[in-house]
Design a protein around this ligand. Structure first.
Ligand SMILES: Cc1ncc(COP(=O)(O)O)c(C=O)c1O
Length: 507
């Protein structure tokens, strides 16, 4: 193994680079150059993660390919070859793209010409009622009410506000604290970002984020713990207990977590016993438990043909259902923007029996066309038995990636569930030391995969420590992906990973 290219001194860069330097210099890569034929004025949601000088937070406008169409599992740029979609954006396009889902398009257009809008404050509409029924049944009646919105951030914000208002109605207005976890992402609004522990996404806004009422626990990330599993689990539960004691249990409204962590850690499931341990602490102290299933839910992490829709249902632990949960992304497959907050049957019954209405609403809440799109997407998933395909192809995806990449010196961990798989890159396999942020390893893999291998993967940084280090790519294909496509995705992803690291090491 040669010497790794360092970013600590720009003057050292040139002589550390081998002949492959032209493939991946720290300035523009070939991939950058290809992408420069597109519209640089487009904004990227998280440019700090892959496109900027992290020391000064100066943002270089990303150069994104201009698309002419998207169909099935492929994107078609205006120029250049078609691109295989291995991540559906941020794990969103769970039915692929375009006209291949005729029933969804028909449901949307039919609803547009029936009732295109009616305020939730004035009317009830059938698709919204049907969708609520479908979702409550999908939790075996554990959830009893739905609030339909547009984005994951809105659903999380609503969950946090519901917890506060519920406790106030219930004679405990002093419950004003929220527990969440570090290395987490719950949304982009001030409340949901206050709950998020992701360092770089918080960084520009720290002065206005709420640090009085929001408290962060360490996440459950077995790969990054030196402790044996049992000991690690008990240390995590002990840290929750001591945080609850420090804050004072009677002042805590809710605890929010992702059952399987998405972009902030890169597809990390918890240890067995973790969710039941957390739920038991919460309920002992009257704290509402919120699962944020925006990314990992709605079938994305199915592991068996009989799997239900929700990520928490994939764990064999008895009754770990939450008090509230948020869903989005694969909920509507982004045929239209959709998210929902689901509250438990006891909370829903509380509203009825106490004659209470949640003081929260968006103009476009309970939108009939959005509800119709979600119903059609979910109907398609059911009628095509796609969760069993998620389980089967997810197993194949994990197996092939592990077989072909786990021995690679810069691949630390390959983990996930269903069609939700993360590959974490490390500088040193023994110590698990992450790469420096400035090397932007995840961004390099993303760009190389896109340009040289015509496959789209999702890149993220920040999974390893509080300095924003830790590079991961996520593979999240559509639920109807075939075994042949999985093999092709793996071939391209493996090729891109090898190419990036071959170009980074000096012979
Ligand atoms: C777990 C989780 N929660 C909340 C959000 C915020 O959702 P949105 O981007 O739709 O606002 C995201 C977005 O990626 C997410 O992954």
């Amino acid at each position: 193994m040669g010497q790794l290219l360092s970013t600590s001194s720009s003057s050292r860069r040139s002589h550390l680079l081998p002949s492959s330097a032209s493939k991946a210099p720290l300035g523009k890569t070939e991939a950058d150059i290809l992408l420069s034929d597109s519209s640089s004025e487009l904004s990227h949601p998280f440019p700090t993660e892959t496109n900027n000088d992290n020391s000064t937070n100066t943002q270089t406008p990303p150069l994104l390919p201009l698309l002419k169409k998207a169909k099935g599992h492929y994107y078609y740029p205006v120029s250049g070859p078609k691109i295989l979609d291995a991540c559906g954006g941020a794990g969103v396009a769970c039915l692929g793209h375009g006209k291949s889902n005729k029933s969804v398009i028909k449901a949307i257009t039919t609803q547009l010409s029936t009732v295109q809008y009616a305020s939730y404050a004035h009317f009830r509409v059938d698709p919204v009622l049907q969708l609520e029924k479908f979702l409550c049944e999908s939790t075996d009646g554990k959830m009893g009410k739905m609030y339909l919105m547009s984005s994951g951030s809105e659903a999380v914000e609503a969950a946090l506000k519901f917890a506060l208002e519920y406790h106030a109605w219930n004679g405990q207005p002093e419950r004003v604290n929220i527990i969440s976890r570090s290395h987490s992402y719950h949304g982009t609004t001030i409340g949901s970002l206050s709950a998020s522990g992701h360092t770089t996404r918080r960084q520009p806004f720290t002065s206005v984020l709420n640090r009085t009422n929001f408290h962060h626990l360490p996440p459950c990330n077995p790969y990054r713990s030196p402790l044996p599993r049992e000991e690690y689990l008990s240390s995590l539960l002990t840290s929750l207990e001591s945080l609850i004691t420090t804050i004072s249990p009677s002042t805590i409204a809710a605890l929010i977590l992702e059952p399987i962590v998405g972009a902030a850690l890169g597809c990390v499931p918890p240890l067995p016993g973790y969710l039941s341990g957390i739920k038991s602490f919460c309920h002992t102290h009257g704290i509402l438990l919120i699962y944020d299933e925006v990314m990992c839910g709605m079938g994305r992490t199915a592991t068996s043909p009989s799997h239900h829709l929700h990520a928490y249902q994939s764990f064999p632990e008895p009754d770990i259902s939450p008090d509230m949960m948020t869903i989005a992304k694969s909920f509507s497959a982004s045929y239209l923007p959709a998210s929902a907050l689901l509250i438990s049957t006891p909370l829903s019954n509380f509203l009825t029996s106490h004659n209470k209405v949640f003081t929260h609403g968006h103009t476009n809440q309970s939108h009939p066309v959005v509800a119709s799109a979600c119903l059609a997407v979910q109907g398609t998933i059911q009628s095509r038995n796609l969760l069993s395909n998620v389980a089967a192809q997810g197993g194949l995806l994990l197996h092939l990636l592990q077989k072909q990449l786990s021995q690679h010196p810069n691949v630390g961990d390959i983990r996930g569930r269903g069609l939700f798989v993360g590959i974490e890159f490390i500088a040193d396999k023994t110590t698990k030391q992450p790469f420096e942020r400035e090397l932007d390893i995840a961004g390099r893999v993303h760009k190389t995969a896109l340009k040289n291998w015509q496959v789209l993967v999702y890149a993220s940084q920040g999974c390893a420590d509080d300095q924003g280090r830790g590079d991961v790519i996520m593979v999240m294909p559509a639920y109807d992906v075939t075994a042949k496509e999985i093999r092709e995705m793996v071939r391209r992803i493996v090729g891109a990973v090898r190419e990036v690291f071959d170009s980074l090491w000096v012979a």
